[in-house]
Ligand binder design. Structure first.
Ligand SMILES: [Zn+2]
Length: 548
């Protein structure tokens, strides 16, 4: 019998935790709660087995007990951990059951506290009713999976880990969904679970009756959570629960998460900072979201022995806990939602977005800051108007990140390691392009910056207009993805650059600028990408330092 067990423990469902968000605060709290629950799981594991060793993510016992106050507001724990626990299989299973139960308890406590805070004037049996509904919702929502595989040091770590992964995958496939009987109207945020209601819903109730029952319940929430009267002094509470919002137990917990976390932050010696709304990100009417995901992470973690695995774990911990927050929040003016392992998501000002994306990507392949040589990452970057529905923008940036991940160049045969970038203007115009981060080991962003400074110094913004006029018609056929005659493109570019020079400006080395643009033209998948890329850069240039 093996005396140690390799354990993988996961909490989810990740997408549902973070998917339904009407406000940045919902989105932040979904990610944060998930990270917090996994943190609690690791703490329970350490308590149950003080000799256990958590190999991924690398978080020390001290850091778990006393997290650094500077980075406390960032969701920094991925939704799974790998550990080695002492004892035989049965003992490990008992420990894991205890860990799972503690995660469920913490999440229930979390949502129950929200009910107590939001509905302080309800009678006990009324609160109990809302909590019973919430408990059932949590039971069917929370997905916790774990496996324990005997860990014998004479056997290869890699094989044991792969066996554990396979068993975990099988467990997830077998999942049976526990359905919660629903009669009433669904929650206005997730549109999935039933909204909390004090009165029983009769199966013959009409829509209007059900709505009245909900309104009577939500009228009873404490004044500070209600939408204030117009011109009220309570500005800071604006919109916490709007008059037409009826939430389920889980979405309510997420919405008022800051009440739960404020004292925890205080105990850690720091002040709880609410997540800024999109309005507060950068100046002007637009903001950006950067989403990064490391490529081929499975390969990085495929080391033969535990030491290799731990080394990667350590590098990722350094990257996500130190390097990423420094780039996004210290060097620039962004706010991180999460930075766990190789995953990063941040809200950033438009004029800094490209720089932030670039620095994150190249830090990832830096020997000291990230995984080192050979590491690559795919990044989605979206620029959207502050009035665009957040849910839509989030779905789009996720799609862009996937688009970058499926980048493939016919000429260089390069896969992934790309940037997919899009600008959605208020008027509904969408420009979207994908390009690799490097070509022949050189950063492609150098070319982007070159063109940006050309736009800034010598080129009139009408350039993009002339360019579109000249080239767009040539792309009219659907499958005609590139302009075939490169010499023609080159000549036209030279002519248009000359023609679009600002008054009094002169372009010193016109040919080198033409070549910069030709290089960009060659590496993007299609003529549309090239055209849109230039449009996007013109947009960036326009937004720099302007209030438009
Ligand atoms: Zn909901």
């Amino acid at each position: 019998m093996s005396k140690r067990q390799l354990v993988i423990f996961t909490v989810g469902p990740v997408q549902s935790f973070i998917a339904s968000a009407r406000k940045t605060e919902d989105f932040w709290s979904g990610s944060y709660i998930l990270s917090y629950l996994v943190r609690e799981a690791m703490k329970t594991l350490y308590q149950a087995d003080p000799h256990c060793e958590i190999v991924y993510p690398l978080v020390s016992k001290e850091e778990l007990e006393n997290p650094s106050s500077r980075r406390l507001h960032i969701a920094s724990i991925p939704n799974r951990f790998t550990a080695i626990v002492e004892g035989e299989t049965e003992k490990a299973k008992a420990i894991l059951q205890e860990t799972e139960q503690s995660v469920r308890n913490v999440f229930c406590d979390f949502c129950f506290q929200a009910i107590d805070n939001v509905f302080p004037f309800l009678l006990d049996h009324e609160k109990e009713k809302l909590k019973t509904t919430t408990e059932a919702q949590i039971r069917s929502f929370l997905e916790i999976y774990w496996v324990a595989e005997p860990y014998d040091e004479t056997a290869a770590f890699k094989q044991i880990r792969e066996r554990a992964e396979r068993r975990l995958g099988a467990l997830k496939n077998e999942k049976r969904y526990e359905s919660v009987p629903q009669h009433g109207l669904v929650c206005t945020v997730c549109k999935e679970r039933e909204a909390l209601c004090l009165e029983d819903i009769d199966e013959f109730d009409r829509y209007g009756t059900m709505k009245q029952k909900l309104e009577r319940t939500w009228e009873r929430c404490a004044g500070i959570y209600k939408e204030p009267e117009e011109n009220s002094e309570q500005e800071q509470y604006v919109g916490r629960i709007k008059n037409n919002e009826f939430l389920c137990g889980i979405c309510l917990g997420k919405r008022v998460a800051r009440d739960y976390f404020t004292p925890i932050f205080k105990a850690a010696g720091t002040k709880f900072r609410t997540f800024p709304s999109v309005m507060e990100i950068g100046s002007g009417k637009y903001y950006a979201i950067v989403m990064m995901d490391g490529d081929n992470m499975g390969k990085w973690f495929s080391g033969e022995n535990k030491e290799d695995y731990s080394r990667i774990s350590q590098k990722l911990a350094h990257f996500s806990q130190k390097v990423v927050p420094n780039i996004v929040e210290t060097d620039y003016h962004g706010r991180l939602v999460y930075a766990g392992g190789d995953d990063v998501l941040a809200f950033v000002p438009v004029d800094e977005a490209l720089k932030i994306a670039e620095e994150l990507r190249f830090a990832f392949s830096d020997e000291k800051k990230g995984l080192g040589k050979g590491a690559t990452a795919s990044v989605g970057l979206i620029v959207a108007h502050k009035k665009a529905p957040l849910q839509l923008v989030l779905n789009e940036v996720r799609r862009l990140e996937q688009k970058a991940k499926s980048y493939y160049s016919e000429t260089t045969k390069q896969q992934k390691d790309a940037l997919a970038i899009a600008v959605h203007t208020h008027s509904g115009e969408i420009s979207e392009a994908v390009l690799p981060w490097t070509v022949e080991q050189e950063k492609i962003t150098d070319e982007l910056h070159q063109f940006l400074s050309l736009l800034k110094e010598s080129l009139s913004p009408t350039f993009i207009h002339h360019f579109t006029q000249a080239f767009y018609p040539l792309l009219h056929e659907k499958y005609h993805l590139k302009w075939e005659n490169k010499e023609m493109v080159r000549t036209e570019l030279r002519r248009l650059l000359k023609r679009s020079m600002k008054e009094g400006a002169k372009i010193d080395n016109l040919d080198s600028h033409v070549e910069t643009l030709m290089k960009l033209h060659d590496i993007v998948p299609s003529g549309y990408d090239f055209l849109y890329l230039l449009k996007i850069l013109t947009f960036f240039k326009r937004k720099e330092g302007t209030e438009e």
